[in-house]
Design a protein around this ligand. Structure first.
Ligand SMILES: [Zn+2]
Length: 246
């Protein structure tokens, strides 16, 4: 995914010992260009991690490990995982979308956004469900953000389908073999625990692989997974080759 770094001064370095555990979906109520200007202005005191445009461009304003200022206020929150303190900015990643609250999202914006959210969830081991991918209004009920057009249940279903599609991952063809260090689940079709278990092999088993990916679901800090010749995936961290040779 091509991401254009724009940067914003409106952020806190780090996350006060927290980590991202949810993605907050927003609507800009404006343009991507206008949002760039707004987030670059220190006087606005607002930002998000990403902005997605109607043509599918992705702009990044704040690194995922830092705290953006997109959902700090709360009003009658319905999000069941909200904490009393600190404010939600410290444990969420904010994704803005070009357009008004009631304008249809283009296929390009929806496709890019769902792919971006899938990658964010895999990077931070965030569950792809409605408790962890939420609308801004679920934190701040005075707003309709992300608007009346997008159906968040459908959005999350699309993100899950992408996570289960092997074409979503950067697969490298390079064969070899490793040993399982533990009893190891082989997943059918995609490098994620969302994929069904095809079979389980006991620790010590030798596993042949046909390739690998470096951006599967992150497990204990390791996003590397091997792929067998028949499309089964197994997590590299549980093998004698936790980082595939390239
Ligand atoms: Zn919002």
């Amino acid at each position: 995914m091509d991401v254009v770094w724009v940067g914003s001064p409106n952020k806190d370095k780090g996350r006060e010992a927290l980590r991202p555990m949810a993605v907050v979906i927003h609507i800009m109520d404006g343009t991507l260009q206008g949002t760039d200007t707004w987030f670059l202005d220190p006087a606005s005191r607002v930002s998000a991690h990403y902005g997605v445009g109607t043509a599918g461009a992705v702009h990044q304003y704040v690194a995922e490990g830092d705290t953006a200022w997109h959902a700090g206020r709360r009003y009658q929150p319905t999000w069941k995982l909200i904490k009393d303190t600190p404010n939600p900015n410290f444990y969420t990643i904010g994704v803005e979308h070009e357009g008004q609250v009631d304008t249809p999202w283009s296929d390009a914006m929806l496709g890019t956004s769902t792919h971006l959210v899938m990658e964010i969830c895999n990077r931070w081991s965030i569950a792809i469900d409605r408790d962890h991918v939420i609308g801004h209004r679920e934190i701040y009920a005075r707003k309709t953000c992300p608007g009346t057009w997008i159906d968040l249940d459908d959005f999350v279903a699309r993100v899950r389908r992408l996570a289960l599609d092997p074409a979503s991952y950067n697969l490298v063809d390079r064969s070899g073999s490793v040993q399982a260090r533990l009893d190891l689940n082989l997943r059918a079709g995609a490098p994620t625990t969302l994929a069904p278990i095809a079979r389980t092999v006991p620790g010590g088993s030798t596993l042949e692989y046909a390739g690998s990916t470096s951006n599967g679901l992150t497990v204990n800090g390791n996003a590397h997974w091997y792929r067998s010749s028949d499309g089964e995936f197994f997590w590299a961290g549980a093998t004698t080759g936790p980082v595939p040779a390239t």
